[in-house]
Design a protein around this ligand. Structure first.
Ligand SMILES: Cc1ncc(COP(=O)(O)O)c(C=O)c1O
Length: 362
């Protein structure tokens, strides 16, 4: 494949001089820091050991070393953002000319691709998934035109929960001249290897991971893009200088040392996913529990909107996807703790009893 990143970048970014933060201009060792207009007296009310008066490391070097160890990558193949949402937005801003270029998405899928494109005045070409939620090669091929810069594949896909066929993704990695994003936010819950292994052979690949799901850091806001150093350099040039706070960098680094506990919680979630799927399958109001490689289930119900409202009244909140094409009648249910899952099944049981009573009367 003939891939030339220079043909893809928005022209005005080719010669962009990025903001040079005080700290990134300096190399060597320092004794006195008077370069960044910080408050040298510290953070009011904090002791020196826990002070936030210095700007964070703009390139999160220590955190990237740990993430590199976990993912088998060098630090220059890693971009870290305020959630992987930040990487989605930056990729669109780097490669797509507003009002001219477009991206391809495969609905039903994660909504941020479309939102980020629309915010940037970038058109979205849809290539709907097939009824079995697999990607439709012909639909993707016909959604691509000469102004398509990015294809977003989400695998495992949100909200359907399934992995996309990797060979179908590879087909576009090999044949599409633009950027292929494989969003693997939920890959930790599947038994399929990550596309990270394919970065070496595919300069147009960007793999997105998030620490909001399996790593349990949703409130910290930390996501990653893995790609060639060329693409990572572009992301670093366009991002805001201090996009991850010192506090978040430190806390995330500590959390990422707990690999054993991370694995234990994944095993628990997978086990609960099976329990929940089996329990739901035994209910009459359940039409279908879709196979999931993620930490949620897409479940089709007899009367999803009513059930959704019933659950809300009981304080049990799931995601109503019943009006989304191909998800009709569907609620997306995150796998919770054992007791949360039991509470959910009990509540649906209650709904079922009322529902059946009503239909008997009618
Ligand atoms: C498929 C997918 N990608 C990305 C994200 C965003 O993750 P983050 O919390 O890192 O922004 C989500 C969040 O739900 C998601 O479902």
């Amino acid at each position: 494949m003939d891939f030339d990143i220079q043909n893809l970048i928005r022209p005005h970014l080719k010669n962009l001089t990025p903001y040079a933060s005080a700290r990134s201009e300096f190399t060597g060792s320092a004794r006195v820091w008077l370069d960044a207009n910080e408050n040298a007296y510290g953070t009011p009310g904090s002791d020196t050991a826990q002070s936030y008066h210095r700007y964070p490391d703009p390139y999160q070097k220590k955190l990237k070393v740990r993430i590199g160890e976990l993912k088998g990558l060098s630090t220059d193949q890693i971009f870290l953002g305020n959630g992987s949402d930040e990487a989605i937005d930056l990729l669109i801003r780097i490669f797509c000319q507003p009002g001219i270029d477009n991206v391809v998405t495969l609905p039903p899928t994660f909504g941020m691709y479309e939102v980020a494109a629309s915010v940037n005045d970038v058109a979205v070409h849809s290539a709907p998934l097939l009824p079995d939620y697999q990607l439709d090669r012909d639909a993707v091929a016909s959604a691509i035109d000469s102004h398509t810069k990015i294809i977003f594949f989400c695998s495992p896909n949100n909200p359907t929960g399934n992995l996309l066929n990797p060979d179908e993704i590879r087909f576009f990695l090999d044949s599409f001249q633009g950027i292929v994003v494989v969003d693997e936010a939920y890959i930790d819950f599947s038994d399929q290897p990550s596309f990270i292994a394919e970065l070496k052979s595919h300069p147009n690949l960007v793999v997105l991971h998030t620490f909001s799901k399996a790593w349990g850091m949703a409130s910290l806001r930390l996501g990653a893009a893995f790609a060639s150093t060329e693409i990572i350099n572009l992301l670093n040039r366009v991002k805001l200088p201090y996009n991850i706070s010192t506090l978040n960098q430190e806390v995330a680094l500590n959390i990422l040392l707990n690999k054993d506990q991370y694995q234990v919680s994944i095993n628990q979630i997978i086990q609960q996913r099976e329990w929940l799927a089996n329990s739901l399958n035994s209910l009459e109001v359940v039409h279908k529990v879709h196979h999931s490689d993620a930490n949620f289930l897409l479940v089709k119900f007899e009367d999803a909107p009513d059930l959704y409202q019933f659950l809300v009244k009981l304080g049990v909140i799931v995601r109503n996807r019943s009006t989304v094409r191909l998800c009709e009648g569907g609620l997306r249910i995150t796998v919770g703790t054992e007791s949360e899952n039991q509470a959910l099944v009990k509540a649906i049981h209650q709904f079922e009893n009322q529902h059946l009573k009503k239909s008997r009367i009618a």
